[in-house]
Write a protein that binds this ligand. Structure first.
Ligand SMILES: [Zn+2]
Length: 307
C-alpha cells in the first residue's frame, strides 16, 4: 500500500475564489468528489488574504517558497510565515507529509484550463503528460526566469499548478467552477491509476516553453501609456509572429512584436493578467515544443508515489 498523500491547495492567492469555493462544497459533502482511494488533504493557501478578498497581505505567497526566504529569520511577512507553516504541516518532511502538491489558481486572462510546471522535474513531466493525454490541457513550462521564483509547488517533490480563466478576481463563475471541478477529479483519478499501475503514458508531451515576459510601454513616472491591442486581446495560446500588434496608444499608434530572437511563431500567454501589472508583466511568450515521452519521467514518478 502506498503512503502517498496528495496536497490540494486553493486560495494561494486570496482573491481567486472559485477553487476555494469548490473545496468548501467538498468539505460539506465528502461524496462530491471521488478520492479514488487516495489520501488527500485540501487547504486554503492564504486564509488571511482569502478572508479579506486580497491576493496577498504582505507579499505574494506564490513567490515565497524560495530557499533564501524560507531560511531567513529576518522577514516578518505573513506570507513567509505561512509558507513555513504549510511546509511544517504538509511539506515532504512535514507532520502530515505530502509528496505531491496541486495548486489551483484562476486567471483574468483567456487561458482556458492549463497546467503550469516549474522547471523540468521528471516526476512533474510524467504527471502532466498523463493529464494532458487524458484531457488535452496545454502545459506551460515556466523556466529561465530568475525574477519570478519561489513558487509553492516547487517546495514539494512533485507538483504543478492548475490555472483556469478567464474570470475576474473575487468573482464566482459557473464555467470556472465546472472546469476546476473537472480538473480536480481527473488529477486524482490519474494519480490513483498510477498507484495501481494502470496508467497509460503517452509517447509525447506538448509543452509551451517560457521564453520571456514583456511589460506595457510606460512613461517616465512608470504609468502605462498604451493598452493591449484589440487584435491580441483574448488570443492566449494562439501563435503570432514578428509584426503582430501588441499594444496600441490612444492616438492609434501601435507597438508590434519585434524580437530578433523569435525566428518563428510564438504563443502568448497571460495576456493582460490583472495580477501581473504589479510585476510589470503585460504578457509572456512561449514556444510550442513536442517532446518525446522519456521513460525516466515515469520511473521518477513511480519511485515517488511508491516510496
Ligand atoms: Zn493565482
Amino acid at each position: 500500500m502506498s503512503n502517498l498523500q496528495v496536497l490540494l491547495v486553493a486560495g494561494t492567492h486570496g482573491n481567486e475564489i472559485n477553487a476555494p469555493w469548490v473545496f468548501d462544497q467538498w468539505k460539506q459533502n465528502q461524496d462530491l468528489i471521488d478520492r479514488f482511494g487516495l489520501k488527500v488533504i485540501s487547504v486554503i493557501g492564504n486564509p488571511l488574504a482569502f478572508e479579506k478578498g486580497k491576493r496577498y497581505l504582505h507579499r505574494d505567497l506564490n513567490r515565497s517558497f524560495s530557499k533564501d526566504l524560507l531560511n531567513s529569520e529576518n522577514h516578518n511577512d505573513l506570507e513567509i510565515s505561512r509558507a513555513k507553516e504549510l511546509l511544517g504541516l504538509y511539506g515532504p518532511n512535514g507532520k502530515n507529509a505530502s509528496q505531491i502538491a496541486i495548486d489551483f489558481h484562476s486567471t483574468t486572462a483567456c487561458m482556458g484550463s492549463s497546467l503550469v510546471i516549474y522547471g523540468r522535474r521528471p516526476a512533474d513531466l510524467a504527471i502532466v503528460s498523463l493529464i494532458q493525454h487524458r484531457i488535452g490541457l496545454p502545459v506551460y513550462l515556466h523556466e529561465g526566469n530568475p525574477s519570478q521564483k519561489g513558487f509553492l509547488v516547487e517546495a514539494w517533490p512533485c507538483g504543478f499548478v492548475v490555472e483556469i480563466g478567464p474570470v475576474p478576481q473575487g468573482s464566482l463563475n459557473s464555467r470556472i467552477i465546472q472546469q476546476t471541478f473537472q480538473a480536480l477529479k481527473i488529477c486524482l483519478e490519474e494519480i490513483s491509476k498510477s498507484i495501481n499501475s494502470k496508467s497509460c503514458f503517452p509517447d509525447k508531451l506538448i509543452v509551451h516553453r517560457h521564453l520571456k515576459s514583456i511589460d506595457f510601454p510606460r512613461d517616465s513616472s512608470g504609468e502605462p501609456i498604451a493598452y493591449i491591442h484589440g487584435d491580441l486581446d483574448g488570443r492566449d495560446w494562439q501563435p503570432i509572429k514578428n509584426g503582430y500588434p501588441l499594444f496600441e496608444y490612444i492616438n492609434g499608434d501601435k507597438v508590434r512584436l519585434s524580437d530578433n530572437s523569435f525566428s518563428d511563431e510564438v504563443f502568448p500567454v497571460f495576456i493582460n493578467e490583472a495580477a501581473y501589472a504589479e510585476k510589470n508583466i503585460a504578457m509572456s511568450f512561449t514556444k510550442k515544443e513536442v517532446w518525446r515521452f522519456d521513460d525516466c519521467w515515469k520511473d521518477a514518478f513511480y519511485a515517488l508515489i511508491n516510496s
